[in-house]
Design a protein around this ligand. Sequence first.
Ligand code: ATP
Ligand code: MG
Length: 374
Amino acid sequence: MPVNVPIYRGLDEQDRQRLIEDVGETYARVAAAIPAQEAAEAAEETIGPTSLEPVEIPEFKELIGIDASVYRQLNAALSAGKQHLMLYGPPGTGKTTLAQLVSGMLHDTYAMITGSADWTSQDVIGGYQPVSGGTVRFIPGVLLQNFDRPLIIDELNRCDIDKVIGPLFTVLSEQKTTLPYRVDVADEGSQAYVILPKPKPGTAEHEFAPKPGWRIIATINSIDKAALYQMSFALMRRFSWIYVDVPADLQGFLLAIMRQWALVGEEAEPSSDMALARIWRAVNVARAIGPAPILDMLKTVQEIEPEINFLRAPSEDEAKAYLDGFYMYVLPMLDGIQHKAAIDIATEIRNALQLPEEGNVSRVVEERLVELAV
Ligand SMILES: Nc1ncnc2c1ncn2[C@@H]1O[C@H](COP(=O)(O)OP(=O)(O)OP(=O)(O)O)[C@@H](O)[C@H]1O
Ligand SMILES: [Mg+2]
């Protein structure tokens, strides 16, 4: 099919005008087609009851082994009228799931966005964007678009928090913020947009005010924290920080999950420590990791050896399936552990899986762990 490529002669005034119009039109078409924010697009969820009444957060049956202190602190923060919550802790402990369950209890709908290093204030707060008619207009970012419901910012530490949330900082401090954007770009006398810190009935065109259901529920993975952008103390103080730890009783956790998934009978008890619990415990000495990668490991073993009994010492083939699961989901999380810790984990894996000490398999386990060590 022949493609109609327009040709413009730069010295011809008529052609120059045509170029300006065509580019303007293209921009307008593109602006109409693209949603306001691409990078920080929110996933919306609709769930439980809408209620502005205080809600008691129950222990969620979806999550096992979450310490009672988590629920106690959540409820204390909410009943004290604290608006913004920060769930932090080791990877895979259920922080994101908890943020969603809590949001679902607090409001009939919520939005969730996941932090990214290339977020800008434009994505989050908003900024000028081309619109039809060859002009630009202030388009609210994902935060202002979800000013009426809980907004989960998952993995907040993955973006440059102070830079991105900067303009919102004043709002979190309960003060008004004026944005550097006018309602009518062309009119220098036009009012600048403002963000109000508190709900206000009947806001004016240039005002953004949170609705009573708005709050930020953020999650931070405490392992990434050191390596990634840090949050200023001033912003930190605006949140209630709730630590979501690894379950205290690892074997008890695994038994509960296996019963829930009907992998073992309700009454079944291991005669000695389960291999999976032993490996998880050894890993946690070096680096705390939550249930998520361990559950992925468990599913892998189950997939490869459908007949396996997790309560018994593994056969040679079952030991290989455990190692597959370990290499796929747990090993990558151990980058940078100490050399001694690597050796200790390798030793415990060998014992738990009853691998021959001098064998090739034991050697590979140790090599792979040591390779990640510093
Ligand atoms: N305590 C738990 N009980 C049951 N399932 C859990 C628990 N913790 C995590 N999981 C499961 O592991 C998966 C991942 O959990 P989730 O993403 O909520 O963890 P996270 O703490 O946000 O992880 P990350 O630190 O990697 O962001 C989910 O399917 C969740 O159901
Ligand atoms: Mg998460």
